[in-house]
Design a protein around this ligand. Structure first.
Ligand code: URA
Length: 237
């Protein structure tokens, strides 16, 4: 692909704006030689204002989402995209969140521009687990682990029961829950079905990829390399 198209598709500007970057000599190779829009170099050798290019299409980003941000591209509130460089919203193909976290849920959120990969992660058939840590308003009543594991819990206004989920009790009001689906407000609604309420919710893992191992402060993101991505599907190093 010609550099002009490649760089415009990465969101650095419209074709006209990127042409101006070339004309101003701001796009160079590693030796500082000025490049041209119809050059076809490997992207790894291209610098804009001395900085390497953003990751090429096929990227997966891990974000440690804080509470208060919405997984949407159009919403009057703060968006998870506000935590990424502004040009990431102009990329083609577009970056999408892999599933959603509620505005008031924090934790591990993936974003990708690879539609097939996104589908592989969120498809119920893929059985990629999601692990949440929750604080509850009331003490557990005692039968929740059995109920959630039963595969027969029906959430309000749904027509099919939830797949079995695993509850790990850390304290009377402190749990981890491992689910294989991604239904709307699923964790909050599961506890609501037991007469309880979730007061704090964090996603701590997707598949075997744990937020803690990424060492990402809240609000920060990083491109996920292949080995880390494989852990989403359960592969170990
Ligand atoms: N379940 C919820 O209730 N909320 C989330 O954000 C994720 C899972």
């Amino acid at each position: 692909m010609k550099l002009l198209k490649l760089i415009a598709n990465l969101g650095y500007g419209s074709r006209r704006e990127v042409l101006a970057l070339f004309a101003d000599g701001r796009i160079t190779d590693a030796k500082g030689e000025v490049l041209y829009g119809d050059d076809r170099l490997p992207a790894s050798g291209v610098l804009i204002d001395g900085q390497v290019l953003d990751p090429l299409p096929g990227v997966v980003i891990a974000l440690n989402k804080p509470c208060g941000y919405t997984c949407s591209t159009r919403d009057p509130s703060r968006l998870v995209f506000d935590l990424l460089p502004a040009r990431f919203r102009l990329r083609s193909p577009a970056l999408s969140t892999v599933g959603r976290l509620d505005r008031d849920t924090s934790g591990l959120l993936l974003l990708t521009d690879d539609g097939q990969l996104l589908h592989r992660i969120i498809s119920p058939r893929a059985q990629v687990s999601k692990t949440y840590e929750a604080t509850l308003a009331e003490d557990l009543r005692g039968d929740e682990a059995e109920l959630f594991a039963s595969g027969s819990l029906m959430l309000e206004s749904e027509t099919t029961p939830l797949a079995p989920a695993r509850l790990i009790t850390l304290g009377p009001r402190h749990v981890q829950l491992v689910v294989s689906e991604g239904r709307y407000h699923q964790v909050r609604r599961m506890f609501a079905a037991t007469g309880n309420a979730v007061t704090r919710l964090q996603r701590i893992a997707i598949g075997d990829l744990r937020l803690a191992e990424l060492d990402l402060p809240e609000g920060e993101w990083r491109v996920l390399e292949a080995a880390a991505l494989a852990r989403v599907f359960g592969a170990r190093d």
